[in-house]
Design a protein around this ligand. Structure first.
Ligand SMILES: Cc1cc2nc3c(=O)[nH]c(=O)nc-3n(C[C@H](O)[C@H](O)[C@H](O)COP(=O)(O)OP(=O)(O)OC[C@H]3O[C@@H](n4cnc5c(N)ncnc54)[C@H](O)[C@@H]3O)c2cc1C
Length: 464
């Protein structure tokens, strides 16, 4: 690159022919192209390579590496810490790589690296099938999967990575490889939880399950019942059948349909359910919790396509809000933790701010902690504290509430956190999140990415 040539101009010259689009700061559309989901993140890449396929990806990786430019990889752009973009470097934007092939006989789906979950869930739902994803349909398949994948179907079908059969990967060398049980098994192991550390995944192959219609929706109680509801929930959930997913939440009832007007904007606690099975069985499975608690404000549970449940919160959380996150793995919720939850849950600073406890048991406990890179198979929940508001003037308030809530609960947590729900919290926290798997991950990293080309992520440093 000559000293007068911008990286975008150099990329245009050196990457030709490039099937996708290269966008630099001087181009129309740059400000749109550099936006990510969390409006708190405002980065200015030197060049955004909107890749049309794996060849484009390999060229962009080679370009960034050879010019010693920071390289970020963007799937759905949802990452709370903004790890799908960077300042002054190259962003590989996978969003044009959208192919989805569902094979109902083999019960698999091949999914392009730039898909978001809504696209996949709708395509598999047409066949009465699903793979476990998250709870918001605009989240990227890439980031969610590589970090682990927690969602409505975790208890029945495991983490998303437990259903990842193979991946097509562009390595830091620009080489294209396949990773699966029988090919590059070390890479396959590391991809299942190790995030974007090992390469750019241009295609995922997922196992599908017979899940079409689910019985889903929220049960809400007044936020003042937080301690009572959470105490009952912590005893109920581990004994519930695997078909029943249900995450605990503190939230505010959104100011619009389908919620009854009289509870709009009311702070609540409750459970968001997903039962993969029939209505009667669902009612039976929920009964032990519902019967021991007072009448709820709302029990909005009904049959719906899995894809509809998965998109149910999309309107509340469109792109462009300010988000500040903290997270922890949790094994137990002692009485003191219940009290602290009730206190901070009732103090949510804005109506979009929330706390969720995602179950990580059932099928997610079947693999051992060393079977995949995701090491916390003995956690019972992933807690996430999210301060959210559209107004940038509220940033300090939502950040402070999130940190205060997290710090009050952290003494009762298991150690690390789900990497997909962490901010930039330093190397020790990443190490704690991978525990005994960290050293093996560092070895795999040294083999596939010795120069740490892929470092805009919850970074695993290559073994020296
Ligand atoms: C509103 C909201 C709801 C969420 N709900 C859930 C949930 O229910 N369950 C859950 O598990 N998580 C959830 N998350 C967290 C989510 O999993 C992470 O934010 C994840 O990083 C998003 O992936 P992405 O592809 O959209 O992000 P990006 O910002 O595009 O990327 C995030 C990271 O993944 C890497 N990456 C992405 N795609 C690829 C790829 N194809 N190849 C290599 N590396 C890649 C990037 O380099 C980056 O480090 C949620 C996030 C938000 C904002």
């Amino acid at each position: 690159m000559s000293t007068v040539m911008t990286p975008a101009a150099a990329a245009r010259r050196e990457l030709s022919p490039f099937d996708g689009r290269l966008v630099g700061p001087e181009d129309a559309g740059y400000d749109e192209a550099r936006k990510v989901y969390n409006a708190m993140i405002d980065k200015r890449p030197a060049v955004i390579a909107r890749c049309a396929g794996p060849d484009d990806v390999a060229k962009a990786v080679n370009f960034a590496r050879d010019h010693d430019l920071l390289l970020a990889v963007r799937g759905g752009g949802h990452n709370g810490a903004g790890l799908g973009t960077c300042d002054d470097g190259v962003v590989i934007d996978l969003s044009p790589i959208k192919e989805i092939e569902v094979d109902p006989q083999a019960r698999t789906a091949r999914v392009g690296g730039g898909c978001v979950w809504g696209e996949v869930d709708r395509a598999t739902n047409e066949h009465g099938l699903a793979t476990p994803s998250g709870i918001i349909s605009t989240t990227g398949v890439g980031g969610l999967t590589l970090g682990g994948g927690l969602g409505h179907l975790t208890r029945k079908c495991g983490l998303t990575i437990d259903n990842l059969l193979e991946a097509e990967v562009v390595l830091a060398s620009g080489e294209r490889v396949r990773a699966g049980e029988d090919e590059n098994p070390d890479l396959y192991w590391a991809l299942r939880g190790g995030g974007g550390n090992f390469g750019v995944v241009t295609s995922f192959l997922f196992r599908l399950h017979e899940v079409g219609t689910v019985i889903g929706g929220p049960t809400f109680w007044p936020v003042e019942a937080g301690a009572e509801v959470l105490s009952a929930y912590r005893e109920f959930l581990p004994n519930a059948p695997r078909e029943l997913g249900g995450f605990f939440a503190f939230a505010t009832v959104p100011p619009g349909p389908p919620f009854p007007e009289e509870i709009h904007m009311r702070k609540v606690c409750g459970v968001v359910w997903c039962y993969a099975g029939g209505e009667e069985d669902a009612a039976k499975a929920m009964a032990p919790l519902l019967e021991r608690l007072p009448e709820p404000l709302l029990h909005g549970v009904q049959p719906m396509p899995h894809a509809a449940l998965q998109g149910a919160f999309d309107e509340v959380y469109p792109p462009g809000d300010q988000w500040y996150w903290r997270a922890d793995f949790v094994k137990e919720i002692p009485d003191e933790a219940v009290e602290a939850h009730a206190k901070y849950g009732a103090a949510m600073p804005t109506w979009k701010s929330t706390m969720h406890l995602y179950p990580i048991d059932g099928a997610a406990h079947d693999p051992d902690s060393s079977d995949t890179a995701w090491s916390y198979r003995d956690a019972q929940y992933g807690s996430v504290f999210a301060g959210v508001d559209p107004d940038p003037a509220k940033v300090d308030e939502i950040r402070q509430w999130t940190i205060d809530y997290f710090e009050a609960l952290h003494p009762y947590a298991a150690g690390g956190a789900y990497v997909n729900m962490m901010m930039d919290e330093g190397q020790e926290r990443v190490r704690a999140s991978y525990r005994d798997n960290y050293d093996r991950l560092a070895e795999v990293k040294a083999k596939y990415d010795p120069q740490n080309t892929f470092r805009v992520n919850q970074n695993i440093e290559p073994n020296a």
